[in-house]
Design a protein around this ligand. Structure first.
Ligand SMILES: Cc1ncc(COP(=O)(O)O)c(C=O)c1O
Length: 487
């Protein structure tokens, strides 16, 4: 009885939220059901198809086969430039390290290096990849809570730009490894502030662990403690969180100078910057989904422009350091999402549709959670790329092919009438899609890169043979004895 009452109250509460969103969006003349393709500089061509850089995305999907990632190299470069300028317009020394883990497609990473980005790596593999891509050690920032001795040795042997330690145990390891070398290694400490991620990350300023780390680092002859690193989270959509954390970091640096005579020359304020076209689901979104209601619409204006971060963070820095001083510290950022998210989309093909409950159409697409994990916890825009001029006629849910009840990509999205063969475009697939993908019963998709209106294959589709390439099949033939298989 009480449960039923609670449920009725919850439903009424959610309906009120939906109604107030409807009203607010109508007042502002915004489409409640989705964003315009203009947010990604996409056009609609004469065939009513979605088009990027003059390339018909439906034709691309047919040519290369869906699922297919499409990277817009020009947008990638523009996003990088906008990020760099946002800070460099106000601050004299700015270094951007591209977060390898956010989008590990080697050609995406190389494109960003060509724009001038350093590498920000969080694993031995990523460090290896940076070196393989030709990045010198002096342009590699080494982070991560799970560094290995092997990874650290590789970083040290290439004199990494900075190694940001994540725990006290790394000090011993680095000091020990340094005995083989005669240089001094620049080392920073990832700190935890009163806001942002903590748990397994970094060392607290508040509990004295960060200070302890600097005391220990200072005692090591071959270690040059000179950096503070902080990374607050991902998809953050407010400046105040950054300003609060950075102020605590700058106060801590002041204390390090006063008490330990340590000069912090590198302030690495991490990544985490949100983008206008993606929003992490709130608790209310989660409740809406659980109660078979569509999630709240996305308000792109609720996300500050990166230029505003640049202005505010530089202004705060100037309260602590005279910016005209040649000895002013270097500001490092490690954006992932802010640069790569909107420069990549994922095309899927509709395999079938089924009539669902309450007039909802269930769409089965040929890619699911295996390649589009973030749609389960973030708002991403979805277009029917092959029917851009058709009116949104009804509510649809989009499922993948995984034969798993959790393989739901979108719930109750208002879409045009969809049929088998239509091409869907999931937007902002440039951050955390590729690293989160897996071959759950399916090969991983290929990727093409668009530049000057031409598409180039930058990753091939995984073959069935690739999927089992590391497995030891049965000795000799690799085949089962047909007599032993139940028939
Ligand atoms: C240490 C570090 N730097 C940078 C990033 C990139 O974050 P984002 O993609 O939110 O900018 C991450 C992601 O979690 C990270 O852990």
């Amino acid at each position: 009885m009480i449960g039923m009452l609670k449920n009725t109250v919850k439903q009424a509460f959610l309906r009120r939220i939906a109604a107030s969103d409807r009203k607010a969006f109508a007042q502002r003349g915004l489409d409640l059901h989705g964003l315009s393709p203009s947010h990604w500089n996409l056009n609609i061509n004469e065939s009513g198809h979605l088009e990027a850089q003059g390339c018909d995305l439906v034709s691309l999907a047919r040519q290369y086969g869906a699922p297919l990632y499409v990277v817009d190299r020009e947008r990638l470069a523009r996003n990088y430039r906008a990020f760099y300028d946002a800070f460099a317009d106000h601050y004299p020394k700015v270094v951007i390290g591209t977060s390898y883990k956010t989008n590990p497609l080697p050609r995406v990473i190389s494109a960003l290096h060509e724009c001038g980005a350093c590498a920000e790596v969080i694993s031995h593999f990523e460090l290896w990849l940076a070196l393989k891509l030709g990045v010198p050690g002096s342009s590699i920032i080494v982070n991560g809570p799970g560094k290995t001795r092997e990874g650290l040795e590789l970083a040290i042997s290439h004199q990494a730009k900075i190694i940001n330690i994540d725990g006290l145990h790394e000090i011993e390891w680095i000091a020990d490894l340094m005995k083989k070398y005669d240089h001094r290694q620049r080392v920073g400490v990832r700190v935890v502030t009163s806001v942002g991620w903590s748990a397994q990350f970094g060392l607290g300023i508040g509990n004295g662990d960060a200070l302890k780390a600097f005391q220990q680092l200072r005692a090591r002859e071959q270690i040059e403690p000179c950096g503070i690193h902080v990374h607050l989270g991902t998809g953050i959509r407010n400046i105040e969180t950054y300003l609060k954390a950075i102020k605590e970091v700058l106060e801590f640096a002041r204390l390090l100078k006063r008490d330990l005579d340590i000069d912090i020359r590198y302030f690495d304020f991490g990544g985490g910057f949100g983008v206008p076209t993606v929003r992490e689901f709130s608790e209310i979104d989660v409740m809406l989904r659980a109660n078979n209601m569509p999630v709240r619409p996305l308000d792109t204006e609720a996300c500050p422009d990166i230029a505003e971060y640049g202005k505010a963070i530089s202004a705060l820095m100037s309260q602590y350091y005279p910016l005209a001083d040649p000895a002013a510290p270097t500001l490092i950022f490690e954006p992932g999402r802010a640069i790569t998210s909107s420069a990549q989309m994922l095309l899927l093909e509709v395999l079938a549709t089924k009539a669902g409950a309450n007039g909802v159409t269930n769409i089965i697409a040929n890619g699911g959670k295996n390649i589009a994990m973030p749609t389960g916890y973030e708002y991403h825009e979805l277009f029917v790329a092959s029917k851009m001029n058709a009116p949104r006629s009804g509510r649809c849910s989009v499922f993948g092919p995984l034969c798993h009840p959790g393989d739901i990509l979108f719930k109750l999205k208002k879409l045009p009438d969809v049929s088998a063969g239509d091409i869907l475009a999931i937007m902002d697939a440039g951050a955390y899609f590729v690293p989160n993908q897996m071959n759950f019963s399916n090969p991983r998709p290929p990727a093409v890169m668009l530049q000057e209106g031409k598409a180039e294959l930058i990753r091939e589709r995984e073959s069935f043979e690739n999927i089992i390439s590391l497995d030891q099949l049965q000795a000799e033939t690799g085949r089962c004895d047909s007599a032993a298989v139940n028939q």
